[in-house]
Design a protein around this ligand. Structure first.
Ligand SMILES: [Cu+2]
Length: 167
């Protein structure tokens, strides 16, 4: 009797997860692979504090400088503003897709391996291993913020081709 109940619960859980996944097609949750690396594991090569401000800027401390292929950076992200902000890591396509989704659901709050949404005063840690040839776009996709300059664009050194612009 007890076993039957447990089995039924698991089946239901799997079923509803499948439903959710198929229902959100363009959503980054579905993608097993990321464009500019993967979630960081273990000890980071660098630790950077990111202050998110209502002036629509990310302030990196120490300065982010260059990204090197294969390095893991732990970001300690803090919302120092009075409104919600987001810190998302991806390539230009990821951020464009994400922005469209955020237009539809402006109050959506993410906590994905590559994205954190924070209310005023909140903070979160995000560790990322940078890899590949794509130019990295750090973005806040709260509607209007990216357009107002809440982004930071960097090439990955060693993983990018020479002709790839840094900005
Ligand atoms: Cu923002």
């Amino acid at each position: 009797m007890q076993m039957k109940f447990v089995t039924a619960t698991i089946v239901l859980a799997v079923f509803s997860t499948t439903l959710m996944a198929s229902g959100t097609h363009s959503h980054s949750h579905d993608e097993a692979k990321y464009s500019v690396g993967e979630p960081g594991k273990g000890h980071p090569d660098r630790v950077i504090t990111v202050s998110m401000r209502d002036t629509m800027r990310f302030v990196f401390d120490p300065d982010l400088g260059e990204l090197r292929h294969g390095e893991t950076i732990e970001f300690n992200v803090r919302n120092d503003g009075q409104i919600q902000h987001e810190f998302s890591i991806g390539n230009a396509e990821d951020q464009a897709r994400h922005a469209i989704m955020m237009q539809k659901m402006p109050n959506m709050k993410h906590n994905d391996p590559n994205t954190v949404s924070l209310l005023p005063g909140e903070s979160a840690r995000l560790s990322w291993k940078f890899m590949g040839k794509d130019t990295v776009v750090f973005a806040c996709n709260i509607p209007g913020h990216f357009e107002a300059g809440m982004k930071h664009v960097l090439a990955i050194k060693g993983g990018s081709s020479e002709d790839m612009a840094a900005n």
